[in-house]
Structure formats: structure tokens, C-alpha cells
Design a protein around this ligand. Structure first.
Ligand code: SKM
Length: 263
């Protein structure tokens, strides 16, 4: 039996276990997917330990995506993004990938949203925000990153082609934008919170919320009321998971079975 898992803190809310186990069942793989919640200081020991115990692969979530970059051999995309969300222990040394980027672009693709030439605002500059900013810029969008700590957004924007960055006072850029992506955890497990005031939302926006607990966040509810196209976080979870499954197993992922496990 092969063991895969998710390392993060917290991980109790994660739907990765049912999603990946649905894929194993559908493809007949003898594998399990489990969650691990090490303390912040123990992440290096956790990754080494997983390797030593013969774990086949790990997903990585908040707050460890940037730490894990230093603990594995990152592929060029993960290196550029500066964050790893997928580790493959199958090779000589653990390899790090970032499948959140594909999760972002494929989510918009699936909903018929064109990114090339569009203006995008990314809220948040952590691991998910970094992946989103690079993914949207690589797809041809002009990206603005707004973050609670303006400095972090400006730093990220300097690395992303054509991007700009600022504090939360720059959220009014959304009024002129085509695409909005929430890459903060605001709204997670708290249906009354939103990272973006409803006054900025409008009918020409496509909004992706990376938060998937609940599926319908306050941001998506208010975006829908404003007439925007809304894409919930289960799409991003699904499509980053599809790519991780394919990297780990070398097989095509059973996308429909994985999607059914999320809804
Ligand atoms: O990047 C993903 C990660 O692979 C899995 C995950 C989850 O299970 O909640 C969330 C994202 O960080």
C-alpha cells in the first residue's frame, strides 16, 4: 500500500483526503491519503520523517508552502513562485512542485474566463497568492496584488512580470478589474467574513475564492449578487489535486470521481 498525505496546520478542514481516496478507488490504486499537522518548528523533521518512512507524496498547505521550498529540490515553476504544495518522494531526492498555479488557470478555463490581456487583482501574498500572481501573469493578465502588509505585496509584484502591489487600501482597483482572486484565508470557517468590501464588486468580474469551507463564502455570495461570474474554491482544490495525482502516479486523474467527492 502507498501512503500520500497533506501536511499543514491546521488540516482538519481539508477535503483532500476524500478527493484523493476517490481517485484511488476509481483507478484501483492501493493507496491511502492522510493528514499530518506538525508544529511550525517541526516541518523539516516531518518532511525527512515522511521520506524515511516511505511516504510516496505529500501535499503542503498553510503555513508550510514556503518552508518546504527549502527542504526539497524544487522544479523551475515552484522555484519561481517560491512555494511548494506538492512533494514527490519517488526520486533520489524529494522533488517539489507547485500545482496551485495550474489550479488557478484551469479553474478560470473551466468557466470560460479568458485571462489574456485582462486586469486581475489578487488579494493575499502568501503561498496561494504567490502561485495565483505568477499563474495569472503567465496567462497574460496584468496583475495587482493587494495584501495586509503592503511591503510583502510589493516584493511579490517585483518578481511577477508586469505586476504591481500595495496594501488593502488598493483594493479599490477591483472596480476597474476583470478578475478577482481571494488567496487569503478570510472567510474560511467564518461565513460572515469577507476580504473585499461589496462596494468594489461588479457585473464584469470573474471571482475565484480559494477558500472552500464553506463552498459559498460571503465574497462569492456578494459577487453573485453584483452579477459577477463566481468560481468556488472546490474548483481550485480539485484542479491542483488532479495535477498532483498525475505527477505522483503518472496516470490520468479521474477528474469526475474526484469532483464528486467534493460536492
Ligand atoms: O495547495 C493545496 C493543497 O495541496 C491541499 C489543500 C487542502 O487540502 O486544503 C489546499 C491547498 O493549499
Amino acid at each position: 500500500m502507498q501512503v500520500y498525505g497533506l501536511v499543514g496546520n491546521p488540516v482538519g478542514h481539508s477535503l483532500s483526503p476524500p478527493m484523493h481516496e476517490a481517485a484511488y478507488e476509481e483507478t484501483g490504486l492501493d493507496a491511502r491519503y492522510v493528514t499530518f499537522e506538525p508544529a511550525r518548528d517541526d516541518i523539516a523533521a516531518a518532511v525527512d520523517g515522511a521520506d524515511a518512512l516511505g511516504v510516496s507524496g505529500l501535499n503542503v498547505t498553510i503555513p508550510f508552502k514556503q518552508d518546504v521550498l527549502e527542504l526539497v529540490d524544487p522544479d523551475p515553476l515552484a522555484e519561481r513562485i517560491g512555494a511548494v504544495n506538492t512533494v514527490d518522494f519517488g526520486g533520489e531526492t524529494p522533488t517539489g512542485y507547485n500545482t496551485d498555479a495550474a489550479g488557478v488557470t484551469r479553474s478560470f478555463e473551466r468557466h470560460g474566463v479568458e485571462l489574456d490581456g485582462k486586469d486581475a487583482v489578487v488579494v493575499g501574498a502568501g503561498g496561494a497568492g504567490r502561485a495565483a500572481a505568477f499563474a495569472l501573469a503567465d496567462a497574460g493578465a496584468s496583475v495587482h496584488v493587494a495584501n495586509r502588509t503592503a511591503e510583502t505585496a510589493v516584493e511579490l509584484a517585483e518578481a511577477v512580470p508586469g505586476a504591481t502591489g500595495g496594501g488593502l487600501d488598493t483594493l479599490d482597483r477591483i472596480r476597474e478589474a476583470d478578475v478577482l482572486l481571494n488567496a487569503t484565508s478570510v472567510g474560511m470557517e467564518s461565513p460572515d467574513e469577507t476580504p473585499v468590501s461589496a462596494e468594489y464588486l461588479h457585473g464584469d468580474l470573474a471571482v475565484l475564492d480559494a477558500v472552500y469551507t464553506p463552498l459559498e463564502t460571503r465574497l462569492l455570495r456578494e459577487a453573485a449578487a453584483a452579477g459577477a461570474v463566481t468560481i468556488d474554491g472546490a474548483w481550485m482544490l480539485l484542479l491542483q489535486g488532479v495535477e498532483a495525482f498525475e505527477l505522483w502516479t503518472g496516470r490520468d486523474a479521474p477528474v469526475e470521481a474526484m469532483n464528486a467527492a467534493l460536492r
